[in-house]
Design a protein around this ligand. Sequence first.
Ligand code: 2DT
Ligand code: MG
Length: 213
Amino acid sequence: GNGSLGGRGALIVLEGCDKAGKSTQCRLLVEALKKAGKPCHLYAFPDRTTEIGKVIDEYLRCTKNLSDEAIHLLFSTNRWEVMPKIRELLLNGESVVLDRYAFSGVAFSAAKGTLDLAWCMGPDVGLPQPDLVCFLNLSKEAASKRGDFGRERYEKTEFQDKVKSIFLKIQDPAYWKIIDADRTKEEVQSELFQLSIAAVDTSENKPILKLWD
Ligand code: 2DT
Ligand code: MG
């Protein structure tokens, strides 16, 4: 049990390259956890609805240009601005599922080749450390079968390859699971659900740690 017994909720993150099915899987996961009696909420980063999020949206749609440093810091700020709310939910015994987090922040910025990896991690140091990160790993073959990329910035095969290599470099075995995303939606969902239920149950009495601290 959560909430009434005083245990905290779990922070669960889905990461991966584009087309891996993150957003669909996040929605299914939140529904499944709720059905299993685990209160939980879904957040997606970037959150394009805030003032900062609107600038990020323009940058991604290529209607605005910003320096690599400036956009990196805005993505990070976009996480910090909702953290009080997320922390409050966790402390109230409600779990939070995140569609991307600081790992996307580092992987996409560092893939540009202009920014140092440690510099990229800096602004997100101290965010709540996830209890579980599920990295949806899609092979090149499966990715090409899922159709063309969209037209946003970063949606190019060569760039996505660099992003993936950085994701794998910054993975921490303390909370990181690599999920084979080439399988059917149902198969992926079932594994995510089992890992998440276990994370909710084991996180209840643990403190919230600080990311990259
Ligand atoms: P979506 O397609 O999921 O909306 O992502 N990105 C994301 C970054 O470059 N830095 C970040 O910190 C985050 C959270 C990944 C839009 C794009 O934004 C990238 C893809
Ligand atoms: Mg996208």
